[in-house]
Design a protein around this ligand. Structure first.
Ligand code: MN
Length: 406
């Protein structure tokens, strides 16, 4: 089926054409402080709740100040809502009624689009895990014995997930370099990024009932970009034996647009070959695996420093969701789980500064003549991504950006 064309000129050949239609939450000057659901189309944001009313199909799911009611309504409601939006934005007869409800994207303020329930972060790039193993455990096997048997993850702090553009205050904490006899307290000296992809859960699950690989699309509503800010010195001192804690929990930034899973059918690819056979509940061979071909870019103060390929991830989001619930743990509407740092095989595709600079030994050069090992106050990091859409179209994810505040 070819995608219909929108009557909106800026949607033609746009990464935000009718083949994408990501959801967000915005405020605008016409109704200050009033949060509304917006759908990105071309260079505009459609006031979705008002559009539904104007089209004669009022929707309590779109007339909301967060995406949570829509997320919780389940896959059939997602499909219906997406079909309605596509209809309104492609059928010429809606042009007059909907045109006044399109706001220039530059004139709206975008907010955290959903209330984050639980937040889990994984560690699914073999290249990233191998690089970190080489840096932190030289001389031993870079991958831990469990790595190819299960998607490693930890529960993060949902309350500090912030929307793109929120300043990231340099965290304080205990730091101890290997040569130090005792820890000291102060601002982190090794503030880093992790370029990741986030998956937003819509449909909850029942406590005690695992979610199978085949149920992935029933539960996952959409995809966003994530920057898992990391204080490497705090992390290195605290993480043994229970894993990441204060070196991660100070802030996690997400992009404001949630790209529906339905927009990513053309981006699906076979994951890399696994050289260890997974246990049956994680075995996606013979099914329809959820590798996704997102081309990511990381910019530091506007300068591209990395282009991580999401298609290279060893574990898929479907395997992560299945593993996360295999013990019977239930999902809630608004759960967010992130892929883990996306790093490809080549040095210029590594998704964190600790890898790009090899633990600070090989600084990154910037066009202004300065170099970076880790982030300095005032630095701004932006992660963007695109994916293949239908008929040669491109799916845009927008960006997740953040500036380091002292
Ligand atoms: Mn991470």
């Amino acid at each position: 089926m070819t995608t219909p064309r929108s009557w909106l000129a800026s949607a033609q050949d746009s990464p935000f054409g009718v083949h994408n239609l990501p959801y967000g939450v915005f405020t605008a000057a016409d109704r200050p402080g009033h949060r509304r659901i917006g759908v990105r189309i071309g260079e505009s944001v459609l006031d979705a709740g008002a559009a539904a009313r104007a089209a004669g199909e009022p929707s309590v799911l779109l007339d909301a100040d967060t995406l949570n009611p829509l997320l919780g309504a389940g896959r059939s409601a997602w499909t219906r809502t997406r079909a309605a939006l596509t209809h309104w934005l492609t059928d010429e007869s809606f042009r007059d009624a909907l045109s006044p409800l399109l706001l220039p994207v530059a004139e709206v303020e975008l907010h955290l689009p959903f209330e984050v329930a639980d937040y889990v972060d994984f560690y699914a790039s073999e290249h990233h895990a191998t690089n970190l193993g080489r840096i932190f455990r030289p001389g031993s096997d870079p991958l831990t014995p469990n790595w190819k048997h299960l998607p490693i993850g930890y529960h993060g702090r949902a309350g500090t997930v912030v929307v793109s553009g929120t300043p990231v205050v340099r965290p304080h904490g205990q730091r101890k370099a290997p040569a130090d006899a005792v820890p000291s307290f102060g601002p982190t000296r090794r503030l880093d990024i992790e370029a990741e992809v986030g998956f937003v859960v819509g449909t909850p699950s029942t406590l005690g009932t695992p979610v199978t690989l085949g149920d992935f699309r029933e539960h996952v509503f959409g995809v966003c970009l994530v920057n898992d800010w990391s204080a490497r010195d705090i992390q290195a001192w605290e993480y043994v034996p229970l894993g990441p804690f204060l070196g991660k929990s100070f802030a996690t930034s997400v992009s404001p647009w949630i790209v529906p899973l339905d927009a990513l059918e053309h981006a699906r690819v076979t994951p890399p070959a696994r050289d260890v056979e997974p246990l049956p509940y994680l075995d996606d061979r013979g099914g329809e695996p959820w590798g996704l071909d997102l081309a990511m870019e990381v910019r530091l103060n506007g300068h591209p420093v990395s282009r991580p390929p999401f298609a290279s991830m060893y574990w898929t989001a479907a395997q992560q969701l299945t593993h996360m619930t295999v013990n019977g743990a239930s999902l809630r509407t608004g759960d967010l789980f992130a892929s883990g740092t996306v790093s490809g095989p080549a040095p210029e595709t590594r998704g964190a500064l600790i890898e790009l600079t090899w633990n600070g030994e090989e600084p990154v050069k910037l066009p202004d003549g300065t170099t970076r090992t880790f982030l300095e106050d005032g630095d701004e990091v932006t992660i963007t991504a695109t994916a293949p859409g239908p008929d040669g179209a491109v799916i845009g994810f927008g960006e997740v950006t953040g500036r380091v505040a002292p």
